[in-house]
Design a protein around this ligand. Structure first.
Ligand code: XMP
Length: 333
């Protein structure tokens, strides 16, 4: 039997032994793996860990604040929040090609993280300087890449990752989740006190809303999309399926909103509107290689649509994506 309390004690002891009195940097993304790694390492070595959270301005509504509230506010971890949104939006101006956008976001992300890591390596304010880089690599990542330490990449879409960073930074690698499967990582996260909503969250791509705003990324689009998406997710979480008692958030593998930079005509009150369109996407899948669009209840779609159109001025039309993968992909870009 796999007793979580014992597991945590052992893992904590192993981390303490490996790290000794040295210091560790970890890139916190808000995703499950880096969050659980951060919580576990913090449990083991406290302030010898510094988390770096790079906000690229393409996160979901209030996501940055939620990450800070959790790790700095509740766990009292040392977290450096880097607001790089202006830099990212600046570099993305005028760029419409999806792969080009991914490359820019991935490269900037690594540059910003590296700059912070270099400062931490040098040592600041009572800290002598980091010698370890921690990563939330889990067992399937290790296997898929044939035992090397890089994360998976597909040839259809380049998934940005931080392979090779420890070598480039001259830091030793700390990967406390290397032997765990995803469901074990989630259970560990809950046992460490992370909220289940965080630990059981749908996956979110590294380039974030950058690939959910079709074509050129603009702050105005990102702001509209964030608000529309928050409504969709909120309703999915609140809408229970009678047969299973589960929420539609838990019954879907991934659900999100896509911003379409085209305008359509609508009518509101006595006036004509000419505003943007969003598409709702919700899929069910076991491996993300193939996926079916989710047969969400019409009542749920109706509520989401009317809330988005009434609450988010600037969007006057909501559509539902009924394409499966293949031939469509889960993301629109
Ligand atoms: P697609 O759209 O290829 O997505 O069917 C499959 C899964 O991969 C995620 N995805 C990404 N994740 N960087 C990431 O970290 C990316 O560039 C990226 N593109 C797609 C997608 O959200 C889905 O879970």
């Amino acid at each position: 039997d796999w007793i979580m309390g014992d597991y945590i004690e052992e893992a904590v002891a192993r981390i303490r032994e490996q790290v000794g009195d040295e210091e560790v940097i970890l890139g916190l993304s808000g995703g499950v793996d880096s969050s659980v790694a951060a919580a576990l390492i913090h449990r083991a070595i406290g302030d010898q860990l510094t988390c770096v959270f790079v906000d690229h301005g393409l996160l979901r509504l209030n996501e940055g604040d939620m990450v800070m509230d959790m790790f700095e506010g509740k766990l009292h971890a040392r977290v450096i929040r880097v607001d790089a949104s202006e830099m990212f939006l600046g570099e993305l101006a005028g760029v419409t090609d999806p792969e080009q956008k991914r490359k820019i976001i991935g490269r900037l992300f690594v540059d910003v993280f590296k700059a912070e890591a270099a400062k931490l390596k040098a040592g600041t304010g009572g800290h002598k300087g980091a010698t370890f880089l921690a990563q939330g690599t889990i067992y399937p990542d290790v296997v898929e890449s044939g035992g090397t330490k890089t994360k998976k990449a597909t040839t259809i879409k380049s998934h940005h990752n931080v392979g090779g960073l420890p070598e480039q930074l001259g830091l030793k690698l700390l990967e406390p989740l290397r032997e765990l499967f995803k469901d074990e990582v989630r259970a560990l996260g809950v046992a460490l006190g992370l909220p289940p909503e965080m630990v059981y969250r749908h996956p979110f791509p590294g380039p974030g809303l950058g690939v959910r705003i079709l074509g050129e990324v603009k702050k105005q689009y990102a702001d509209l999309l964030r608000r529309a998406d928050a409504i969709f997710i909120d309703e999915l979480r609140g809408w229970k399926d009678e047969a299973t008692g589960k929420s539609w958030y838990d019954l879907t593998s991934q659900a999100f909103t896509v911003f379409l930079p085209v305008k359509s005509v609508g009518v509101m009150g006595d006036g004509r509107t000419y505003d943007y369109v969003v598409a709702l996407r919700a899929v069910q899948t076991s491996d993300f290689m193939t996926a079916d669009w989710a047969e969400l209840p019409y009542g749920l779609l109706k509520k989401v649509s009317s809330r988005i159109i009434n609450e988010v001025r600037g969007i006057n039309r909501v559509t539902y994506d009924v394409s499966s993968k293949p031939p469509a992909t889960i993301e629109w870009e």
